[in-house]
Design a protein. Structure first.
Length: 149
């Protein structure tokens, strides 16, 4: 795979999607734990919003790797590894996106193991980590934008 040009529109569209999904999560009033846990519609909505925000985050990472480096990553863990190897993400953010890859895969393949309590905890206490990684990806993209001639 040969590198190409990172499309700022792709990055911006996915970033907007993430913001919309995280905003929708906050609309579920997660601070009221009991109401959340007893409302199966809220639990299902939270799972969907969280999963889609993670998938969009990995779409940005995959786009950066494919277009910026010619790095073909098909699995989410490969995206996390590639972003670290190419120094797009370092330290804490690299560790976070690796964890997010594992959690997203659990959500899809081992959905029956994720309890509403675990989902509530992640949605209430860890979505800020999605924003943190997104901000780092956006900063990297802006800093490494090709100069138009």
């Amino acid at each position: 795979m040969t590198p190409g040009r990172i499309d700022p529109n792709v990055v911006a569209q996915r970033a907007l999607w993430i913001s919309e999904m995280l905003s929708a999560l906050s609309d579920l009033h997660l601070e009221d734990r009991e109401t959340f846990l007893t409302d199966r519609h809220k639990v299902a909505a939270a799972e969907s919003y969280l999963r889609r925000s993670l998938e969009a985050l990995f779409d940005i990472g995959r786009h950066i790797l494919a277009k910026g480096f010619g790095y073909p990553a098909t699995e989410y863990k490969e995206v996390a590894k590639g972003l670290y190897e190419k120094r797009v993400l370092e330290g804490k953010e690299a560790d976070l996106i690796r964890e997010m890859a594992g959690y997203r895969n659990r959500m899809v393949h081992f959905y029956h193991e994720i309890t509403p309590e675990e989902l509530h905890n992640i949605c209430l206490n860890h979505t800020v980590e999605i924003k943190l990684v997104l901000d780092k990806l956006l900063q990297w993209t802006k800093k490494n934008r090709p100069i138009e001639t």
